[in-house]
Design a protein around this ligand. Structure first.
Ligand SMILES: NC(=O)c1ccc[n+]([C@@H]2O[C@H](COP(=O)([O-])OP(=O)(O)OC[C@H]3O[C@@H](n4cnc5c(N)ncnc54)[C@H](O)[C@@H]3O)[C@@H](O)[C@H]2O)c1
Length: 397
């Protein structure tokens, strides 16, 4: 079975490859366990025991769930929206990832429950509330890691679509095709005010707030509960399409929501924080024009400097050096946890800018880390995993 890729979107997923990928992350999380527990012991802070991950199946959400479970021994509840396989068609990678996670948790004697459901729906919140009550769970961490193009507002029934567009003026940037290595230029017209508002509706903090309040009102947040959401800032090259674009407005909203939620959680000694993570290759990030080329240039720079991290490395460090650091969690002037500190270092950015600018179609494979980008992209769909026989027949279910 081979990957079917169109326009940097992979349309299929390899069941055994996804399982191998989840198992490899789990093995790494188990290997980081001594360092993770030592950080907790040193700071005297409690380790997570019961964690809800919204957007649990792939990327940063999966890395968070695996770290909570296999580095700390936490029981986890996960929510993600997947496409089920049929006899002829594979499911989404997340469908297989969730199954592999649940199987590994059961084997390790860890509690896990996974809901394949729309996280934006009130009905899904009600299902998580019922499940937690039935099982007697109270969450000490709630991780919000959704990346979605659409959201139906449960209050109005209106479907909002997020856009990846600049604001104010059009933007032209370079991109590359992950399969052919062909480079092209894309021009994106600016978002309308309605599109910016819709993007904030989908990717801003409104839904995060609904989750935290629903769980709190049901008495399901443990004293001292920490809720985390993930954001991105990035450099000048990607700013017009990302941070200064429609999605950036949504991320600003998410970051402001953290402040409001922290105040809301204060009576139980809880807090809400945003972690600004580094750019990685996930299903969501591979399709953002310019960002893909930037990420491939960044990977080359960070690997050369011995600073490269994937989702799992980032989350391991988030727990070890931030959440479980001695004293207050280290944050920037806006109260955000900066896991992009290495990405944004001057030496990393100087090299990245050089590789990004110098890359041409002819030099792409050398100028940036095309191979590394491609591997991570394929891995996220269960392909290019060592030890998996891709010539063998595949049962999708
Ligand atoms: N990828 C990056 O480079 C990067 C960098 C920094 C921050 N982030 C942030 O991390 C967060 C997660 O992004 P990612 O890159 O890991 O994405 P991803 O595509 O790998 O994961 C998104 C998750 O959301 C789930 N999801 C989407 N719509 C859903 C719905 N309606 N209901 C339930 N689940 C749904 C998916 O099933 C998946 O589990 C986002 O907030 C993103 O902005 C990403």
């Amino acid at each position: 079975m081979t990957p079917m890729i169109r326009g940097n979107i992979c349309l299929n997923a390899h069941p055994a490859g996804c399982e191998a990928m989840v198992d490899s992350w789990i093995a790494r999380a188990i290997a980081s366990r001594p360092a993770a527990l030592a950080a907790a012991k040193d700071s005297g802070k409690p380790i997570p025991k019961t964690v809800l991950v919204i957007g649990c199946s792939t990327g940063y959400g999966l890395a968070s769930r695996i770290t909570a479970a296999f580095s700390f021994g936490a029981g986890t509840v996960g929510v993600s929206l997947e496409r089920e396989p049929s006899d002829k068609k594979s499911g989404t990678p997340g469908w297989y990832d969730n199954r592999a996670f649940d199987a590994a948790s059961a084997k390790a004697g860890l509690f896990s429950a996974t809901l394949d459901a729309d996280a934006f729906a009130d009905g899904t919140r009600a299902r998580v509330v019922d499940l937690a009550k039935e099982r007697g769970l109270r969450f000490d961490q709630v991780i919000y890691s959704l990346a979605s193009p659409v959201r139906v507002d449960p209050a109005t029934g209106v479907m909002h679509r997020s856009v990846l567009k600049p604001i104010g003026e059009s933007f032209t940037g370079r991109t590359f095709d992950v399969v052919s290595g062909e480079m092209g230029e894309v021009t994106i017209q600016p978002a309308t005010d309605e599109e910016v508002a819709a993007t904030v509706k989908v990717m801003g903090g409104e839904d995060w707030e609904l989750w935290v309040k629903a769980l709190s009102e049901a008495g399901l947040l443990a004293p001292g509960c920490v809720t985390l959401a993930y954001s991105y800032i990035g450099p000048e090259h990607t700013s017009k399409i990302y941070r200064a674009g429609a999605i950036g407005r949504a991320k600003e909203h998410l970051e402001r929501t953290a402040g409001a939620l922290s105040a809301y959680l204060a009576p139980i000694g809880g807090s809400a924080m945003v972690a600004v993570n580094k750019a990685v290759v996930t299903r969501a990030s591979a399709v953002i024009p310019v960002v893909a080329l930037y990420v491939a240039a960044l990977f080359k720079a960070m690997k050369e400097l011995g600073l490269h991290e994937d989702c799992l490395d980032q989350i391991a460090r988030l727990y070890r050096d931030r959440l479980l650091a001695r004293g207050p969690v280290p944050v920037d002037a806006e109260g955000r946890i900066r896991m992009d500190d290495w990405e944004m270092r001057d030496d990393v950015q100087e090299r990245t800018a050089r590789y990004f600018t110098e890359a041409t179609e002819a030099s792409l494979a050398r100028a940036v880390d095309l191979a590394g980008f491609k591997h991570d992209f394929l891995e996220a769909h269960g392909f290019d995993m060592p030890g998996v026989d891709y010539a063998a027949d595949v049962a999708f279910r």
